[in-house]
Ligand binder design. Sequence first.
Ligand SMILES: CSC[C@@H](O)[C@@H](O)C(=O)COP(=O)(O)O
Ligand SMILES: [Zn+2]
Length: 221
Amino acid sequence: MSEGHNAVVADPAWAAAAEAIVRAGRRMDQRGWVPATAGNISVRLADGRIALTRSGGHKGFLNADDVIEVDLQGRPQREGDRPSAETLLHCQIYGNFPAAGAVLHGHSVAATVLSMATKASALYLADYEVQKVFEGQTTHAARVTVPVFDNDQDIAHLSRSVALYLDDMKAGYIIRGHGVYVWGPTMDVALARLEGLEFLLACELERVKLGVPTRIAEERL
Ligand SMILES: CSC[C@@H](O)[C@@H](O)C(=O)COP(=O)(O)O
Ligand SMILES: [Zn+2]
């Protein structure tokens, strides 16, 4: 169990992680991806500690004290700390991907609306140059699958559905009517992937609104 994190000066690695989370929250808020108190953000430090947002705060107005430590099972490391409601989804990503260093969750309009406009269990992104922001993607001439899971307030139950597909995810995943989860080896990479995914979902939403053909879902939106 670590000391409290108010004395961040004494722990530069923790201070850097908290600062990365605060900056990411501001960025996500500027883009309209974390309305009200939506969203959660975490970083895994080199020593394995997980820094995560407290539950219930506005992610655009975070400060270092809004970032708390949890272990890989999601247990807060300081008595009284209330971690994100979706802590288990962060821990699942860190447990599954040893190289994951940051996890981002947002509630954009595009992710929310597109995932509610179909009952399909995946959305597809194809023919876009920006797909290359995702891991292993080298060309627009490909189709990137983004799994969609039905929303569930039982996060342990939801995580068991996610677990079945986690190894094959190139661009993160979507929870229906809720939002996206994206990760990367560093906060900068995770933010770039989130920005790429949100850009592509926004493009698809525009196409649906224009009534032009799209390959976003295998059934018609
Ligand atoms: C505005 S309600 C959103 C929450 O239910 C949840 O989905 C969320 O993203 C934020 O929860 P939090 O507990 O602050 O991490
Ligand atoms: Zn959420």
